[in-house]
Design a protein around this ligand. Structure first.
Ligand SMILES: Cc1cc2nc3c(=O)[nH]c(=O)nc-3n(C[C@H](O)[C@H](O)[C@H](O)COP(=O)(O)O)c2cc1C
Length: 229
């Protein structure tokens, strides 16, 4: 059997995506965001529960949320995450991969090892959605089970691939889950909604060194056991 060729429309959108950490100010119209969300919501979910809830922010609304979180970030206030996204204790091989991506990013930005000030500044850029014209905050009702994060991941995957197919770029950001209370208060979100993550959406700045970060993937044979083929 020859290896099947996955159609370019699908493969390119997936393969050409990378996390973008500096965006151009070019606006993304509401209609575009709506079209992406509509397509993303074709994601399957257990018994079609559709656990996603999205706050799409642009212009002043985006800036105001950024300012509220940055004020909390500058004051050193950090709430406990409402769910464990990252492990509490890191071990290899995951730690090595995490270090590699962090090191690669700081190298591109010319941030020396141990330069805590510039590292903190870069972390803070998360809360500006890396200057993206559109920032999404994704929430999920607390009543829903942990399994619903699976459904959410498919929704996010659809969204970021569809954005790429339109020539747009994204960065999925767990950083927003560090400030759930600030986000809820600022956006007037009820306490029964968990802040799952944010997504920055816009056009990548082609000249920004941090946008040239290329991340590796393990080969299929490293994470798959084929049996009975
Ligand atoms: C759920 C999720 C949360 C993430 N959170 C952040 C974040 O807070 N800040 C950030 O700069 N990148 C974040 N990333 C991006 C990852 O670092 C990135 O996907 C990974 O290093 C692989 O690189 P690539 O997206 O360029 O392929 C997140 C990615 C995912 C899927």
């Amino acid at each position: 059997m020859t290896t099947p060729v996955i159609p370019a429309a699908v493969a390119d959108a997936i393969r050409s995506r990378r996390s973008i950490r500096r965006f151009l100010p070019t606006p993304v119209p509401r209609e575009t965001v709506e079209a992406l969300l509509k397509l993303a919501s074709r994601a399957p979910s257990g018994t079609n529960v559709q656990p996603w809830k999205v706050y799409a922010l642009a212009g002043d609304a985006r800036v105001a949320l950024s300012e509220a979180i940055l004020a909390a970030y500058a004051s050193g206030q950090k709430a406990e995450r409402e769910f464990d996204y990252y492990p509490r204790e890191w071990a290899d091989p995951w730690l090595a991969r995490r270090r590699k991506v962090g090191l690669g990013l700081y190298q591109l930005l010319g941030i020396a090892k141990g330069d805590k000030e510039r590292m903190a500044e870069q972390t803070g850029r998360n809360y500006k959605f890396f200057d993206a014209p559109v920032g999404l905050i994704l929430t999920m009702n607390r009543q829903l089970g942990r399994g619903m994060f699976l459904d959410y991941g498919i929704f996010i995957g659809n969204f970021i691939a569809a954005a790429r197919a339109l020539g747009l770029d994204t960065c999925v950001q767990a950083a927003f889950a560090d400030y759930p209370e600030v986000v809820r208060q600022h956006l007037g979100i009820a306490g029964d909604e968990i802040v799952v993550c944010g997504i920055a959406l816009g056009e990548a700045d082609p000249l920004a060194p941090e946008n040239s970060l290329e991340t590796e993937r393990e080969p299929v044979a490293a994470f798959t056991e084929f049996r009975g083929f």
